[in-house]
Write a protein that binds this ligand. Structure first.
Ligand code: ADP
Length: 414
């Protein structure tokens, strides 16, 4: 079954085409046939496309909207010169899986998209005003291009965290705000945390019930997740992705009073303050230079930049704090798993985090840690480490493709 995986932003579209079915899932034989990214939709778009066995093509084209973007991809992958052998027309795409950000309390697992699902996603727009409209754009566009008979499935970033207990997801504000407006912790990156837990089971042979780990998705957006008996029992992002760890440009946890204080001191509007907390804080805000971990590392080695160092130290300290809190909340865990851009590629960050955890018996194998970069997967702790430490490159697209396949075939979801 060829599945088109779509991740639509307001002016971007990331996609993969993955060939999978129930047997391939079982044998881990799913195949990525193509991937790509179209940015700046609505003007002269920047396009990057890679078809299996061919080199990446970078080009530009006038792309008016998400529908035109999908049509562009289909034309590319079905063309005899540039395309995928065996995919000759629209009919060779059998289903579409959408990365959807906010499922609210309604969606606890992946679902086939129908009018009712769309209506509920529209109801959730006020919970995710930036993301859900973009996801819906992708759903409408795919419907127009493929027609109503090609099944579309929504895979929600929040779904994996729907197992959190009330004690973790409620905020200590008057309960009526939860009842009235559903103000609570939802958590995000769920598809990634779920994939990391799945790979941990594959690597260790453990059962779901025996999966007691802390997963760290450290990218431009970062979050930690406490996974007990295979289920999310707490996660660092909250009502929105702003809460929790320090991130590339997001502040993570702060005292909410700062907002009121700044509003009075600087006369900034609430919108301006939230823009600052989302886009000008985190690694960028502290270093005053960049939100990119690679560039911060260069600033430290080449210019001994103090604030670049401070930004990284704060980033690591916040992770340590969450790991400590989750270890207690979970009554201990068996492993810590690093993932995403920074988690997969920055051994120094991993080393700094693990150094703080030495008193718990965490011991890193320095050689393994330095080697485990650029997509490599495996253990980076020593055999006598009390907690194992893993690097597990995330693959949200694979989870989306597999869930799409299962939903379309009415197979049980894991
Ligand atoms: P997102 O999906 O949240 O945008 P990614 O998971 O792609 O983010 O991670 C992007 C971040 O990963 C970059 O901003 C950069 O800080 C970090 N990163 C990528 N490669 C490296 C590297 N080699 N060393 C250190 N950090 C890296």
């Amino acid at each position: 079954m060829n599945i088109l995986v779509l991740n639509c932003g307001s002016s971007s579209l990331k996609f993969q085409i993955i060939d999978t079915d129930l047997e391939k899932i079982e044998k881990n034989e799913d195949r990525e046939l193509a991937r790509g990214l179209i940015e700046r939709i609505g003007s002269e778009a920047l396009i990057s496309l890679k078809v299996e066995g061919k080199s990446t093509i970078k080009t530009t084209a006038a792309i008016r909207d998400h529908k035109a973007a999908i049509q562009y991809i289909i034309k590319w992958v079905t063309s005899p010169d540039t395309g995928i052998p065996g995919i000759n027309s629209l009919e060779d795409i059998h289903a579409i899986g959408h990365r959807t950000v906010h499922g609210g309390e309604e969606f606890k697992s992946s679902v086939r998209i129908d009018n009712d699902v769309i209506a509920k996603m529209e109801d959730n727009i006020e919970l995710a005003p930036l993301h859900n409209p973009a996801n819906l754009k992708g759903i409408y566009a795919a419907r127009e291009v493929f027609g109503p008979s090609v099944p579309q499935v929504a895979i929600f970033d929040t779904a994996f965290h729907s197992t959190m207990p009330e004690t973790a997801y409620l905020y200590a504000i008057p309960y009526q705000y939860y009842r009235r407006y559903k103000i609570r912790k939802y958590g995000f990156h769920g598809t990634s945390h779920r994939y990391i837990a799945y790979r941990y089971r594959v690597l260790t042979g453990k059962t779901k019930n025996d999966t007691n780990i802390i997963t760290l998705h450290l990218g431009n957006g970062s979050s930690a997740c406490a996974i007990k008996h295979g289920k999310s029992i707490d996660t660092s992002m909250g009502f929105t992705p702003l809460e929790g760890l320090m991130m590339g440009t997001r502040c993570g946890d702060i005292d909410p009073t700062i907002i009121d204080f700044l509003h009075h001191k600087e006369g900034s509007s609430i919108d301006e303050i939230f823009n600052m907390l989302n886009k000008r804080s985190g690694l960028l805000g502290i270093s005053g230079l960049t939100n990119d971990m690679r560039d911060l590392e260069v600033e430290i080695t080449e210019h001994q930049d103090r604030r670049a160092q401070l930004a990284i130290d704060m980033f690591c300290a916040r992770i340590v704090k969450y790991v400590g809190a989750y270890l207690t909340a979970m009554n201990g865990a068996d492993a810590i798993c690093f993932s995403a851009g920074i988690g997969e590629n920055a051994p120094d960050v991993r080393a700094k985090v693990c150094e703080h955890l030495e008193f718990l018996g965490v011991k890193l194998d320095k050689k393994l840690n330095n080697k485990m970069i650029r997509g490599k997967e495996g253990v980076i702790s020593t055999p006598d480490s009390k907690l194992q430490v893993f690097v597990i490159p995330t693959n949200e697209e694979l989870v989306i493709a597999r869930d799409t396949c299962r939903v379309v075939l009415n197979a049980p979801l894991p």
